[in-house]
Design a protein around this ligand. Structure first.
Ligand code: 2AM
Length: 522
């Protein structure tokens, strides 16, 4: 063979080898969450291909990669074809784009380029029922589809999120090494998050905050309920803040010290910690004022809290505190109307609180917060239980509580207690029935009741505290007035009723306008 010919073959081989797929995973969607997840994967030794609809964003990400350690393990592509071609088989493609139309557009564009056995992962906040449909449709084409909750915000995505994947077990086996590597890690005994030796250093030991959640839409469903719980957690903290402000006239930095103290105990959590930070923040350039006092009290809501509450209504699972948290945001958004109404009604006048009473009241607010939180989680986990029954998912609640212990927004010491409750009894029907939580509610309920009644007397709105207490009192009542309700329904609509002295399932009807007529057994 001539030297020229050999040279030409070598050039061809080198071209071919440079085209050989060498990326472990691909990611589409380079907004902040996507960028951070890529860098997290790279930190853990994966070679990542990236693609974004608008190439300018890809280019600016590559500039960021140039200054990040391991950034050279990222390969950027301008076309979807070359991006897909760069992936080792079976290909794993993670999408981090907006839920809805954007996700659908990407799926339709990627689908013709994938081969049987490849895995497409939706890491956005898709509506779980869309995920169920997509998983079914793609499975029919031989493509694995995983809907995975990704929680923890931007920092979580960068240094360790909580990941809630749902889909086929076969697909999970392919994704698991990546998801386990990049997830947040917690100490397996204490449940406390493990930080890197240096800020941002990848953590490799400890228990990963990810687990196979269940089939098709189970991962996105659990992420949705996680967000619903997050709504209540935040609202409860806001109500504690409002009560301390209105009833005790506490300043933001005094409250910051109080929250910081609570963070040392059973209420220890990411949300309490950031609340303490927020409350001590002065307005930039105006050190005499707190920033929180200058933030408009009108909140938005993006969908997952609403979806959780809708699902609770669909399944007949009383997640009342969650729904109140969503409504509280809606009411806050009606700022102008509230201002108008505030001029029509005076606040009830209460006698001023003495120094000794103040300490007791702060402790009562803490107890109200803890008891309400127990009820909110009881409602959230019961909702997931109903969904599991209805949609045929085999959810493991101890494992779910475990993966909420680190990485995500609701991470809290409290989740270790929930983990232990479900480890002791995996078919526990309600957290309130677990001996630890029963004990806590018994011990703290008087403070909770005092706070709720004082709020009612003083006219301070605290819907989630009140909804949680109403739920607790309803749940622990052997008798409720639904006997009268059933009679009313039977009176005007012949809906029938069951009797306390007859076997369950037997129906009776009374001809109410003619009470002398015997009741009929239906
Ligand atoms: P962009 O940079 O081209 O806007 C979050 O908004 C991410 O979703 C971004 O990476 C954004 O890409 C992407 N995105 C939004 N709508 C999209 C669509 N219809 N198709 C593809 N990507 C989309």
């Amino acid at each position: 063979m001539s030297e020229e010919r050999i040279e030409s073959i070598l050039v061809q081989v080198s071209k071919l080898s440079s085209m050989r797929p060498n990326c472990d995973v691909g990611l589409i969607g380079l907004a902040v969450m996507g960028q951070n997840l890529v860098l997290n994967m790279v930190d853990h030794g994966f070679r990542v291909a990236v693609f974004n609809r608008t190439y300018a964003r890809t280019k600016s990400f590559m500039e960021r990669c140039a200054v990040e350690p391991c950034g050279s393990n990222v390969s950027a592509f301008e076309t979807l074809d070359s991006f897909i071609e760069s992936l080792k088989r079976p290909r794993k493609v993670v999408m981090l784009v907006q839920a809805g139309a954007a996700t659908e557009a990407i799926i339709q564009a990627v689908l013709p380029l994938l081969d049987e056995g490849d895995v497409l992962i939706d890491g956005g906040n898709a509506l779980w029922s869309d995920t169920v449909c997509r998983e079914k449709e793609l499975a029919g084409k031989g493509i694995h589809f995983i809907g995975s909750g990704v929680s923890g915000g931007e920092l979580g995505a960068r240094f360790g999120p909580s990941l809630m994947p749902g889909g086929s077990k076969e697909a999970w086996a392919l994704l698991e090494p990546i998801w386990v590597a990049i997830a947040a890690k917690v100490d397996s005994d204490t449940g406390q998050p493990i930080e890197g030796a240096q800020p941002g250093e990848p953590v490799t030991d400890g228990e990963a905050c990810t687990t196979y959640v269940g089939a098709d839409g189970a991962g996105h469903y659990v992420k949705m309920v996680h967000n619903g719980i997050e709504y209540v957690d935040m609202q409860l903290i806001c109500e504690a803040f409002q009560l301390m402000k209105e009833l005790l006239q506490m300043s933001p930095d005094e409250m910051s010290v109080t929250f910081r103290g609570w963070n040392e105990g059973e209420l220890n959590s990411f949300l309490i910690e950031i609340t303490a930070d927020i409350l001590q923040q002065r307005d930039y350039g105006d050190e005499d004022h707190f920033l929180v006092d200058r933030i408009l009290d009108a909140a938005g809501q993006k969908g997952t809290g609403k979806w959780s509450s809708q699902s609770a209504l669909d399944l007949g699972s009383p997640a009342s505190a969650m729904a109140e948290a969503v409504f509280a945001r809606c009411l806050s958004a009606q700022k102008d109307e509230r201002v108008t109404a505030s001029k029509l009604f005076d606040n009830p006048k209460l006698p001023p609180v003495t120094g000794e009473q103040k300490e007791l009241l702060i402790a009562a607010v803490r107890d109200a917060l803890y008891c309400s939180k127990i009820c909110a989680y009881a409602q959230g986990f019961a909702l997931m239980g109903e969904a599991a029954k209805e949609y045929g998912w085999n959810l493991n609640f101890a494992n779910l509580a475990k993966i909420f212990r680190g990485g995500c927004i609701i991470r809290a010491r409290f989740l270790q207690k929930i983990t232990e409750a479900y480890q002791k009894q995996d078919d526990l029907s309600n957290l309130i029935l677990d001996p630890y939580f029963t004990g806590q509610l018994k011990e703290r309920q008087s403070g909770w009741r005092k706070v709720v009644s004082l709020a009612a007397e003083a006219g301070v709105s605290c819907p989630a505290f009140m909804a949680a207490l109403a739920y607790f009192d309803g749940y622990r009542s052997a008798t409720l007035p639904a006997n009268l309700l059933q009679a009313q329904r039977d009176y005007f609509g012949a809906h029938t009723y069951e009797r306390t002295d007859a076997p369950r399932g037997q129906s009776f009807h009374t001809d109410w306008p003619n009470p002398m007529r015997p009741q009929q057994k239906i």
